[in-house]
Ligand binder design. Structure first.
Ligand SMILES: Nc1ncnc2c1ncn2[C@@H]1O[C@H](COP(=O)(O)OP(=O)(O)OP(=O)(O)O)[C@@H](O)[C@H]1O
Ligand SMILES: [Mg+2]
Length: 352
């Protein structure tokens, strides 16, 4: 089931939470709404499931306009940020609830609830009430309830936020597996870019009520349209430095190198202020364009080592390396950057 938002806007009194959003999600696709707190992710999800009335614009599920339909008429499964389980019902009854509303037979209900409970590893919790479950367990019950009636559209608001790290990893691939098997068009709301990158076909990155860019995880990482996206996607994050263009070079305090041809050709002019962004994997001991700095931070992450290099102008550049540690804290060293992998931004933060 394709989902389409056309010029969707939502305001709360004087607050314009979302303005003129266009978004199309393909049949069977799983897309992430990613962005910092308050950017409008939940608001968008609520409009799609019918809990919020839109202020303007239209919403389509396939050929059917659903803009003014109540949630029950939309065939959506929803997992809320705050679980929203019925406290007086057992786990079994919570999961069975949407099936009972549809008056399915007891035998069918029993079979479907047990099936989905198995998938989500909550078989042994079916007799308990939400108050007797941990946060992570409640979240899985909420997911089971959303999935049990095989919805056309699955909407999830931070479904993994309350799980511990191990379970979160497991649930990431679980949700993805279930989503693929069911072919359910899905939206995952998250502020965790790793979650978005690892679970979804595409990511819509939001900022202040607007979609900044939509693309595959790979496109978002390698072809960010602006500085905000480059900074939001990538872990450990990208390092930025401000400078100016001089004689075909990028020049900042303690840092200068010749601009690559495609940037020189992109009509940058002498004296223009630009910024660079260097991902940690593109600052390495043996890369060509040498920069000098002091090692101010070293952290071993097991397989990889993370370094901070403080440049002459005080900028901190991060490097991630998989070989053995070759320097110690306080060393003054020369490492290199791969200039062809550096991002360049104009003064407004738009990538050149
Ligand atoms: N019922 C409401 N009344 C007034 N303002 C609201 C209401 N709901 C949301 N907002 C505002 O709309 C904006 C978007 O909120 P929303 O809940 O969609 O953010 P979010 O991206 O889901 O954030 P988070 O990651 O913190 O859950 C915020 O500025 C918020 O304060
Ligand atoms: Mg939210």
């Amino acid at each position: 089931m394709e989902i389409r938002l056309e010029k969707f806007s939502k305001s709360f009194g004087p607050v314009n939470a979302i303005e003129d959003m266009d978004l199309a999600i393909g049949d069977g696709e799983m897309i992430a709404l990613l962005g910092p707190s308050g950017c409008g992710k939940t608001t968008t999800l609520y409009a799609i499931c019918g809990l919020h009335r839109v202020s303007a614009g239209r919403i389509w599920f396939g050929d059917r306009e659903v803009t003014h339909l109540v949630p029950q008429e939309r065939k959506v499964g929803v997992v809320f940020q705050s679980f929203a389980l019925y406290p007086h019902l057992s786990t079994f009854e919570n999961i069975a609830f949407p099936l009972q509303i549809r008056k399915e037979s007891n035998a069918d209900i029993e079979r479907k609830v047990k099936d989905i409970a198995n998938t989500l590893h909550i078989e042994e919790l079916l007799g308990r009430r939400p108050g007797q479950l941990s946060g992570g367990q409640q979240q899985r019950v909420a997911l089971a309830r959303a999935l049990v009636r095989r919805p056309d559209v699955l909407l999830m608001d931070e479904p993994l936020a309350n799980l511990d790290a191990g379970l979160r990893l497991e649930m990431r691939s679980e949700i993805r597996r279930i989503q693929r098997e069911s072919g359910c068009t899905s939206i995952l709301v998250t502020h965790d870019q790793v979650e978005a990158m690892s679970m979804c076909d595409r990511i819509a990155l939001m900022h202040k009520g607007k979609i900044q860019q939509i693309g595959t995880p790979d496109e978002m990482y390698h072809q960010p349209k602006n500085k905000f996206i480059a900074g939001f996607i990538g872990n450990p994050p990208i390092s930025f430095a401000d400078g100016v263009v001089e004689d075909g070079r990028f020049v900042a305090q303690g840092l200068s190198f010749e601009l690559p041809d495609q940037i020189k050709g992109a009509s940058v002019s002498a004296g223009q202020k630009i910024a660079i962004g260097v991902r940690p994997e593109y600052l390495q001991p043996d890369f060509a364009t040498a920069i000098e700095g002091e090692v101010t931070f070293i952290e071993s992450q097991g397989r990889e080592i993370l370094y901070d290099l403080k440049l002459g102008g005080g900028q901190i550049f991060r490097s991630i390396q998989s070989s053995e540690q070759t320097c110690k804290l306080g060393d003054q060293i020369h490492w290199g950057i791969d200039v062809n992998s550096v991002f360049f931004f104009d003064e407004q933060g738009v990538r050149l």
